[in-house]
Design a protein around this ligand. Structure first.
Ligand code: NAD
Length: 450
């Protein structure tokens, strides 16, 4: 294929690819006749509510259940966002009542405990949109219950949990989409596929960006708070170690605690570094070396403990370098090759020569039609029906999460090891001879089950 590639050529190419590599998988429940899925949304917070709204707008299936340990409250990303299972059920019931012209429609049930959702035989697929410390547990149980899973990015909290997710998805044969919607965004697809196809010659460097922390937690000496009546805090903690409640530990802000997530390194790295691996054609693999050049943290005793600033460099086995820094825009991936550069991210698409991106859509152009989240859910639904190839299968989610987890291990080791080069064994998914860094690749889950 020659470059520049226009949008029509690209879509024609990808349609041919899709048909040729069609994967036929059975729909697991009794709904085969219509092919329309019964789905449940587990986690109806900041991202869950947005995804639910889009799913309903695009009419991608029937939402028969929503689940959240929070009945309903303010205090998500913005203080005036009121989310949780009751507002979510209300949203579904009111939207569907309007769509079906049935004022009293109440077909969506709400649950506090995801185990009750997974026990329902009529549910075909679940959207797992909870904090990262719950991703593997819910995905694995859902897969074993025969549900297809759309699991938000970053796929896992640890390398070891991601490995188990891949194994169980393969063993059960379910369809598992990682929620890396850049994989379904036309602008990202065009850039990464162009790089893969040699549009900028031989790539030697990729520069990625992860945004800075966008919330400030309490400093040393913070005091625990009473748990709100409408919030099941024990179930929110689940497999994470017990810690006293504070609102800045939970809704949205869980991102900034290593017990529940990996800071912006995993949050935004799951997009920018995922695109890097995609363009490098290494999206089921990863680098073999990593070095942390810089890492900053909040004062000891602060409620948030993830890195606030970082700069790290990885090397692939062919010598290609990936450097990731904390900066703006929050997500950006810039490929540099022997014949120019091209970049994609929240700041848009750009290139060293305008013809490289001629005809490419903007990053958020015509948002309604090419909304990446909706396209990504549509791809999941179509893959279940055997009508499309999944854009972000679990192996891809695992590989990009691993890169971010490697980075966090190097960053967390930085105060002790400094800028020591850490070697990575791709088969073992561990650092070579470095127990200090390897300690960050797994965790011992708390026994949460009642
Ligand atoms: N793809 C994207 O661009 C994107 C954007 C934002 C968030 N995310 C991902 O979505 C996930 C959720 O992030 P968020 O910002 O919505 O967080 P959030 O805190 O706003 O929402 C998470 C919800 O999950 C609920 N929850 C926690 N444990 C639960 C359990 N065991 N059962 C049921 N509900 C439970 C919480 O009460 C909360 O309402 C994260 O993994 C995050 O990385 C992805």
């Amino acid at each position: 294929m020659s470059f520049p590639l226009n949008r029509r050529q690209f879509l024609a190419g990808s349609a041919a690819f899709t048909t040729a590599s069609l994967i036929r998988r059975p729909i697991l429940s009794a709904r085969d006749a219509t092919g329309r899925l019964n789905v449940a949304f587990i986690g109806t917070g900041n991202q869950g509510m947005g995804m639910l709204t889009r799913f309903l707008q695009w009419d991608l299936g029937d939402v028969v259940a929503v689940c959240d340990v929070n009945q309903g409250s303010y205090g998500y990303r913005e203080e005036d966002h009121f989310y949780g299972r009751e507002p979510a059920a209300q949203l579904v019931n009111e939207t569907v009542a309007k769509q079906k012209n049935r004022g009293n429609w109440k077909g969506c049930d709400s649950y506090r405990d995801f185990r009750e959702v997974l026990a329902r035989p009529d549910i075909d697929a679940v959207f797992v949109i909870v904090p990262d410390h719950w991703h593997s547990e819910i995905t694995i149980r859902a897969a074993r219950a025969g549900k297809h899973v759309y699991c938000e990015k970053p796929l896992s909290l640890t390398v070891e949990e991601g490995r188990r997710m891949v194994d169980v998805v393969r063993e059960t044969g379910i369809v598992c989409q990682t929620g890396s919607q850049e994989r379904s965004r036309p602008a990202s697809q065009l850039v990464c596929e162009a790089v893969k196809a040699g549009a900028i010659g031989k790539v030697h460097t990729v520069k990625t960006v992860v945004g800075f922390n966008n919330k400030i937690g309490p400093g040393p000496g913070w005091s625990p708070q009473p748990v709100p009546d409408t919030f099941d805090y024990q179930m929110w903690l689940g497999p994470a170690p017990y810690q006293p409640y504070h609102q800045d530990r939970c809704l949205y802000r869980f991102r900034f605690h290593y017990d529940y997530s990996g800071g912006q390194i995993t949050n935004f790295g799951a997009h920018s570094c995922d695109m890097a691996q995609w363009g490098l054609n290494r999206d089921k693999s990863g680098p073999v070396e990593i070095v942390c050049n810089k890492a900053e943290f909040l004062p000891e005793g602060s409620l948030f403990n993830t890195a606030t600033v970082t700069d790290y460099t990885c090397k692939y086995d062919d010598g290609v370098q990936l450097q990731c820094i904390s900066s703006e825009p929050k997500v950006e991936t810039r490929f540099e090759g022997s014949d120019g550069w091209i970049k994609v991210g929240y700041g848009g698409v750009d290139a060293s020569r305008p013809e490289l991106i001629k005809g490419f859509p903007g990053f958020r152009e015509a948002k309604g039609e090419i909304d990446a989240h909706s396209l990504h859910m549509k791809n999941f639904v179509e893959a279940i029906a055997g009508k499309a190839t999944l854009h972000a299968p679990v192996e891809i989610g695992h590989a990009s999460a691993n890169l971010c987890h490697m980075a966090n291990a190097a960053i967390r080791s930085f105060p002790k090891l400094g800028s020591q080069v850490l070697r990575w064994d791709l088969d073992q998914e561990r650092f070579v001879d470095n127990d200090s860094a390897n300690q960050y690749l797994s965790r011992t889950p708390r026994n949460w089950e009642t």
